[in-house]
Design a protein around this ligand. Structure first.
Ligand SMILES: *[C@@H]1O[C@H](CO)[C@@H](O)[C@H](O)[C@H]1NC(C)=O
Ligand SMILES: *[C@@H]1O[C@H](CO)[C@@H](O)[C@H](O)[C@H]1NC(C)=O
Ligand SMILES: *[C@@H]1O[C@H](CO)[C@@H](O)[C@H](O)[C@H]1NC(C)=O
Ligand SMILES: *[C@@H]1O[C@H](CO)[C@@H](O)[C@H](O)[C@H]1NC(C)=O
Length: 263
């Protein structure tokens, strides 16, 4: 056993044509429908002769994608999932266009240089869906003429795989000061208690994943205004109870009148 290893090592040292240990995978993020550029960086001083690109989605099979030679760009199987979506950007870079979710996986580049040394470089591509536009739902707590006391909830439709964060100001900075604003434990709802005049605050909710982000800055001025003028739920309750009592009185009077008319 140990002699085998010794022979292998001896061969590796003696044979410069053998593959070198691959460099660590580089992480590349792409967005659905967008494009990415995978660029190999050959060892300094080596001139690239060919680059062979292969792809594995982690399900076992590896497919040969393309070969860059001095003659140009070759696709062994142009009918694979990539079809017309691969391009040779230059001698060392492959562009993948109109990204699909199942393009996520490991791309390997086998670089052959003029001194007959083989280098392997790998890329781990993850394709993300675009982040949906976040929306703000506001709840009025106990706003007064002087203070705006509201909760702002940042919602992302169908966004479980999206990070949500609140920041303030322009340019944006972290929230800080825990007396005037409180963040819910899940980081999505922000409770504010701000002096109304002047209302000098600006808060921004950002939804993000590693490839995309979208932000919204609610118009606090109008939210605070409407939170004061909107009828409180207890007003509606009072009206409801009043109407109900009125109807009941009418019914009693009617029944009494009928009783008197009866012989
Ligand atoms: C190929 O393009 C990449 C990305 O634009 C660039 O970094 C690299 O230097 C280029 N390589 C050559 C050989 O032109
Ligand atoms: C804001 O409203 C909440 C809920 O009604 C209340 O607990 C809190 O004390 C209020 N804050 C201020 C500063 O009025
Ligand atoms: C609030 O901050 C965001 C992010 O910096 C900025 O785009 C927006 O214009 C600001 N809004 C106001 C009303 O200042
Ligand atoms: C959310 O943020 C955490 C910490 O920054 C990060 O590890 C994670 O990958 C992010 N998830 C998404 C979907 O962006």
């Amino acid at each position: 056993m140990s002699t085998h290893w010794f022979v292998l090592l001896a061969c590796a040292a003696a044979n410069p044509g053998l593959a070198q240990a691959p460099t660590p995978r580089r992480h590349v993020n792409g967005i659905l429908g967008g494009s990415v550029l995978l660029s190999v960086v050959p060892f300094p001083g080596r001139k690239v002769r060919t680059v062979e690109w292969s792809f594995g989605a982690g399900t076992g099979d590896t497919i040969q994608l393309a070969e860059f030679t001095s003659a140009g760009f070759e696709r062994p199987n142009p009918k694979d999932q990539f079809q017309q979506r691969l391009e040779m950007h230059n001698a060392t870079s492959l562009r993948i266009k109109a990204l699909q979710l199942d393009d996520s996986g490991v791309y390997e580049a086998r670089i052959k240089t003029t001194v007959s040394i083989v280098e392997d470089q790998a890329f781990l591509l993850t394709v993300y869906e675009p982040v949906p536009e976040p929306e703000i739902r506001s709840h009025s707590l106990s706003s007064t003429a002087a203070k705006c006391n509201i909760t702002l909830q940042c919602l992302v439709p169908g966004g479980e795989r999206v990070n949500i964060s609140w920041r303030r100001g322009s340019p944006m900075r972290d929230l800080g000061d825990q007396e005037r604003y409180q963040l819910s434990p899940d980081g999505r709802s922000l409770q504010l208690s701000l002096p109304l005049n002047p209302l000098a605050s600006n808060f921004t909710c950002t939804a993000s994943n590693p490839a995309d982000q979208k932000s919204i800055s609610p118009d606090l001025q109008s939210i605070c205004q409407s939170s004061r003028t909107a009828p409180r739920p207890c007003h509606w309750k009072a009206i409801f109870v009043g109407v109900f009592l009125g109807l009941q009185i009418c019914a009693i009077v009617l029944v009494n009148l009928l009783h008197r008319k009866m012989p």
